[in-house]
Write a protein that binds this ligand. Sequence first.
Ligand code: F6P
Length: 305
Amino acid sequence: MNAAIRAVVRAGISYGMEVHGIERGFSGLVGGDNSRVFDLGAVAGIIHRGGTILHTARSTEFYEKEAQEQAARRMLEAGLESLVVIGGSGSFRGAQALQELGVKVVGIPATIDHDIPGTDSSIGFDTAVNTILEAITRLRDTATSHERIFVVEVMGRESGYIALAAGIAGGAEAIIIPEIKPDLDQICRRLLEGIARKKTHSLILVAEGAAGAYDIGQKVHQKTGLETRVVVLGHIQRGGTPSAVDRLLGSRMGAAAVTLLHRGYSGLMAAQRGTEIVAVPLARSFIGGRAFPEDLYELSLVLAR
Ligand code: F6P
């Protein structure tokens, strides 16, 4: 997200705009006194840092009309015409509400969950998958030495995309996702077949929205008699040095968002479509779900065994 903030500031200044950074997202906007002018130097030395220098907050109050009106009022009072919102579908719903109150808004998709409709990717996903891969690589050493089954829980809310991507790239033996009811008997049969083929270790990746990893670990142990260990990666997945892919994506989307505002557009999301950054209606990001990646799922069934 810092790469996107840096790009918004620097692209904005290059268009002759005055750019303000608002701390703590919508909460900061409603609370007031959380905005300050960002010059070129304010975003120096941040592109390699995870998280966001602006801090963030999950604002439940922003679901309320009153809070939205207060935010729009505060923006007008501070002379702020347009807003770039970096976040997921929930943030874009809030952005849309502000646009209906007269604020010009453009969204930049950022979530490790990869669950925003209308864009091929979002900032943070690639870094999170790489972090999971690093963890899996480390866990495999113990899994192999002790001939154990590791059950690793990853994030993703209701989406199994991050588990599928990391599971395929990390060579997992089984991937459990919320979109497909898991067949534990089949998974255990496959694990035992692998062991009969002299496999010394197995890794099951579980998306948090599908099941609890401890529950899966216990059931797999009961069904196979094999020793299992459970690792919940949690917020480790959300921090650390952003990957080159994410830095580039954040930079491109940040600059594109400002260009859209400069050209007078509003109510859009700077989205990735193939190799291009394109503009799609903001509402596309929260109306209808993201299509299930059938092809990735099919691939996982062929490869994960
Ligand atoms: O949406 C991103 C995400 O990391 C989800 O994968 C996870 O379920 C959630 O946020 C965790 O949220 P919090 O940090 O508020 O516990």
